[in-house]
Write a protein of this length. Structure first.
Length: 323
């Protein structure tokens, strides 16, 4: 292939990548809608409200019936539901947890107004941080964490030949990156409340798992591993992370798949620890640990291969490199 042919091929490949990124980022945004969204109804008119919800919005909500407002408040703080419509004397009122999803909170508030025909009384049981009332800052944190993890993984792969040294670089990035990023979004911008060290550990684990996935894939697959890891995080992990919405608002199975990638798991884990005292943290924590351990395991596979071929290790930009 000549230089001109190679240049044209790369230009076409970049065009396809551009189109894929537009689809990945724009398509979820224009298709946000409740899909089996967990909510509750409470009070003496629960049956009527439930029936009306099923009639007006079939398939939109997964509705549970609770005894009263106190039970709804407990379910909200335990992250079992996103909101509740409480009936009784007078117009229904809505209870929300905007920290779980400002987008869902807005939708449920509008829904309650449809029932009452007037502005509904709203109780925000678990509110977002005062300096980030709409959750915009929280949603904007995900992409920098992903991009930094990708950059760390690519640079360590390209510039550090020894696989053991790459692991040291990953650990350094995870610890230092977690501390510094938390200084920014917690101590300076006050986007996320909670304990500094806990949030730093989550941010560090998120960055580490992204970088480890790329380093590990590159150790096994070479240059293709960098592309596979980076594109997975950019085209699947980030746009379907639900950091600005909720997994149940995204088209399925993408909402679920997004929670199985580091960006979505990191956003969910940060929410759980910062706002809900760890309720619902087990699953996203497990996802991040699996990605981190998987990346390290792949790096170990690359190290074993290097030992079997003395003096050589797999590099993404050349066939062999002196160890």
């Amino acid at each position: 292939m000549t230089s001109i042919q190679r240049a044209i091929a790369l230009g076409l490949a970049a065009t396809v990548l551009q189109a894929l990124m537009l689809v990945a980022f724009a398509w979820p945004a224009v298709n946000l809608a409740p899909r089996d969204l967990p909510i509750a109804v409470a009070g003496p008119q629960s049956a009527q409200v439930t029936q009306r919800l099923h009639e007006t919005s079939p398939g939109a909500f997964e509705i549970s019936t609770l005894t009263d407002a106190e039970a709804a408040r407990t379910a909200l703080t335990d992250q079992e539901i996103y909101g509740a419509i409480v009936t009784g004397e007078g117009a229904p009122r809505v209870m929300i947890a905007s920290a779980a999803s400002p987008a869902v909170a807005q939708q449920l508030t509008a829904l309650a107004q449809q029932f009452s025909g007037a502005p509904a009384a709203v109780e925000d049981v678990v509110a977002t941080a005062p300096d980030d009332p709409r959750g915009a800052g929280f949603g904007s944190m995900v992409l920098p964490l992903v991009m930094a993890g990708i950059a760390a993984g690519v640079l360590l792969t390209l510039l550090v030949p020894a696989l053991g040294a790459r692991l040291a670089g990953l650990l350094t990035f995870g610890i230092a990156g977690g501390l510094l990023s938390t200084l920014v979004f917690h101590s300076w911008l006050s986007i996320v409340p909670g304990g500094f060290l806990e949030l730093a550990a989550i941010a560090g684990l998120a960055g580490f798992s992204v970088a480890a996935a790329i380093v590990g894939l590159a150790a096994v697959l070479g240059r293709a591993g960098i592309g596979l890891g980076a594109l997975t995080m950019l085209l699947v992990g980030n746009p379907f992370s639900a950091a600005t919405s909720a997994p149940e608002l995204l088209p399925q199975p993408w909402g679920t798949l997004g929670q199985l990638c580091p960006p979505g798991a990191a956003a969910s884990l940060l929410r759980s620890v910062a706002y809900f005292d760890g309720a619902g943290a087990a699953r996203p924590l497990t996802v991040l640990l699996i990605w981190a351990a998987g990346g390290v395991a792949l790096l170990g596979v690359g190290a074993v291969r290097a030992r079997r071929s003395p003096g050589q290790i797999v590099e993404p930009d050349r066939a062999t490199v002196a160890a």
